[in-house]
Design a protein around this ligand. Sequence first.
Ligand SMILES: Cc1ncc(COP(=O)(O)O)c(C=O)c1O
Length: 370
Amino acid sequence: MPVPLFELNLQNKANHNALLAAFERVVEHGQFILGPEVAAFEGDLIRRVGVGNAIGVSSGTDALLLSLMALDVGPGDEVLCPSFTFFATAGCISRLGAEPVFVDVLADSFNLDVADAATKVSGRTKVIMPVHLYGQAADMDGVLELARTHKLKVVEDCAQALGAKWKGQEVGSMGDFGAFSFFPTKNLGGFGDGGVLLTNDDDLAEKARVLRVHGSKPKYFHKTVGGNFRLDALQAALLGVKLGNLEQLLGQRRGNATQYLERLEAESRLKDNVILPSEGPDCWHTWNQFTIRVPGGRRDDLREFLQEKGIASEIYYPLSLHQQECFKNLTKRSCPVSEQLSGECLSLPIYPELTLDMLDEVVSAIVGFF
Ligand SMILES: Cc1ncc(COP(=O)(O)O)c(C=O)c1O
């Protein structure tokens, strides 16, 4: 039985009528830019996450970029971020002329190693950007403490982790900003690109709202240079429908993770060959990805073996950011764990609608390989 990495349209089929109704509503009223749809969706997110402000934006990347612009990050500034993450995290720092300073990660959580971050703080460090990778919170106690000590701003990259919690607190509600993505494969998947920026700081929220529309306030008067970072009204209307299913979707992801863990842990043949992911004691994991580690140089062979059986998997991410060509001129920062993980990680299908039969198929194929 073929097992894809995602089946995005299954969730949309379940909401077919409500989505069409939202589409028709927007077509009827014709307010396609910001307006009531974006405001309503922002309000829903404010209530869902428990923050003061939400600013709907064009993508998760733009949410990160806008947060750094609102914090006046620019040339001469350094921003700490993990080396083991999606490119956008660091790309946004460089695009503003600041320098990403790459921090290593912890092998068991794949998330920022605060002890390593502490060694990389300098007089120029302005912001620390923890990433809640694969849907699980980074050590926010450590991040917030480091930020307090060195007077750093905190931007949480929550692109993969809407709904995740650290000690019961929602990700995106603890830093100065939380940046989220609605890329179709994320916990709340949209119909194209979209994102949101959350913050409890009203002044920062106002600054980000103005930057979202070219720095214009009032209209056509610009004290500052922003961009077009708006979330489409149509996108907001459709996302608003799907937000109602978020708890159910997260529950299904968590259920799939439990099934994988039970089955894979029971296979003695995997003991020395596969390292399983886990939920940290302070975390409520949303399992946007279920990522195993395959040490001993056999990851790519396993992936090929699964592919031959029609089972999709993905490598997030095959090259750490500090090793990327575009960053070759930056000061070399050592991130050995990140490099190791890039050679070992393999993400398995864990989308909410994955059936138990499919999950069993993935497990037996992995067992069959070893
Ligand atoms: C960790 C991380 N940061 C940022 C982004 C950027 O989000 P988007 O694709 O919506 O621009 C992503 C999404 O792929 C991501 O996984």
